[in-house]
Design a protein around this ligand. Structure first.
Ligand SMILES: [Zn+2]
Length: 161
């Protein structure tokens, strides 16, 4: 017999917390670990373990994605540089016949650079208490902005090529 992850989670005893992040109150972020009553002792807000579990899992998945954010942004910058290099190359050599093809690729590369660079912005969706779990170094706004700017300029470059 085999179980999906979701089924296994449901089989686990309700008082067992298996996520690497602590359960927290949705309102005041108080650590709810091991509480017998479904009410936050700090601010009095009632909660359900199932909801707390779902919310914490969402935050955890986001933190896993954010670990790749700097890598993604660097890849976006490389794609952006290659795109600009290709545009410049065609321009310099005057290979006008190749222009439409390079334009299409550079434009697509620009879109990809923007998407890759924008990953660092997801840090804003992480609650402050959970940000240390994203790891080191933290997502770099500079890298992300660089990738997005390169991507954007490349799209414009592709259009006027
Ligand atoms: Zn609370």
């Amino acid at each position: 017999m085999s179980f999906t992850w979701g089924e296994l989670e449901n089989l686990a005893p309700k008082d067992k917390w298996r996520l690497p992040l602590p359960p927290t109150c949705a309102k005041c972020e108080y650590d709810l670990t091991g509480l017998p009553e479904e009410r936050c002792p700090e601010c009095g807000t009632p909660f359900h373990w199932e909801e707390v579990r779902k919310r914490t899992k969402r935050i955890w998945n986001l933190s896993l994605r954010l670990r790749h954010a700097n890598q993604d942004a660097r890849l976006g910058i490389i794609i952006g540089l290659i795109g600009w290099f290709a545009i410049g190359f065609v321009r310099l050599l005057g290979w006008d016949g190749l222009s439409p093809l390079v334009s299409i690729f550079a434009f697509g590369g620009g879109v990809i650079s923007i998407i890759l660079g924008s990953q660092v912005l997801n840090i804003r969706r992480m609650p402050k208490w959970a940000r240390p779990y994203v790891g080191h170094p933290p997502p770099s706004m500079l890298l992300g902005a660089g990738s997005m700017l390169l991507g954007f300029s490349q799209m414009i470059g592709a259009l006027i090529l």
